[in-house]
Design a protein around this ligand. Structure first.
Ligand code: PML
Length: 261
């Protein structure tokens, strides 16, 4: 019999809770079985307490039991890397990848501008891939892709063949990008971290996979976040509901019968 999975997620802010004006510092998403929850809570707590963006004085960890039939199982996006020597080159690569996916120049320009100005953004900004308009009406809250993680077996399998890339950051980023691009309404995701010292970002799409790009910002800058470029004229409410609530487990197809997925 399959064991139920739980969603465990963390958000941390400095200066009080986010909704009372606190500055977003850290967030994290995992799925796990009951007996793993203490360890996962500790990992997420450690993440929030040791962050280069600041010292959290508000940390919330939420745990929810998931029903097995509500969990979507999807494969991880394939990963590849581009080379760039500086921010100009890195952004040029990102822009040309986004253009090759059919995103308009206006939307690309706006997406990059949003990320350059975004220092307190919590969730993603949703941008119409044709008009370039910001569509979510969420301000700094944005839209948080939530309730996703790798199955234990899939992460172990992936780790064996991607040794230099194994890190909690990349683990979370691929899980998130795989969920985001699994929506038929996502054209692409553009992301770079708002952590001061982390300058590699990515462009993700269902057709080209997860493409890492170095130097999407300068070292020491605290701007960053995520842009979800979406198709024109779709139901935004349904899109946001999928991102925020549908549980997604990243797993290889041949694991469908494995215990614990
Ligand atoms: C983040 O940590 O906030 C986003 C990570 C983006 C890039 C991860 C990678 O190195 O592939």
């Amino acid at each position: 019999m399959l064991n139920n999975l739980y969603s465990i997620r963390m958000r941390g802010a400095e200066g009080g809770p986010h909704e009372h004006g606190g500055r977003h510092i850290s967030g994290g998403e995992r799925l796990g079985q009951k007996e793993e929850l203490q360890e996962l809570a500790k990992e997420l707590l450690d993440k929030s307490l040791h962050h280069s963006r600041g010292d959290c004085d508000f940390i919330q960890i939420v745990i929810e039991k998931l029903m097995d039939d509500e969990i979507q199982r999807i494969s991880p996006l394939p990963i590849s890397s581009e080379q760039a020597q500086n921010v100009k080159e890195g952004r040029k690569i990102a822009m040309s990848l986004l253009a090759s996916l059919g995103i308009s120049d206006e939307a690309i320009k706006n997406g990059i501008e949003f990320l350059k100005q975004s220092t307190h953004q919590r969730g993603a900004i949703i941008v119409d891939s044709q008009t370039g308009q910001r569509l979510d009406n969420r301000g700094l809250k944005g839209v948080r892709a939530s309730r996703m993680d790798w199955s234990k077996e899939s992460w172990e399998k992936w780790s064996k063949s991607h040794a230099p890339l194994i890190s909690p950051r990349i683990r979370e980023a691929i899980a998130l990008a795989s969920k985001v691009t699994a929506s038929p309404y996502t054209v692409a995701e553009l992301c770079w971290s708002d952590d001061l010292e982390y300058t590699t970002g990515y462009v993700a799409s269902s057709s080209k996979g997860y493409i890492r790009i170095p130097h999407l910002k300068n070292n020491g800058e605290d701007c960053g976040g995520r842009i979800f470029f979406i198709k024109h004229n779709i139901s935004l409410d349904d899109y946001i509901t999928y991102m925020e609530t549908t549980p997604v487990c990243i797993s290889y197809e041949d694991e469908a019968d494995m215990k614990g997925l």
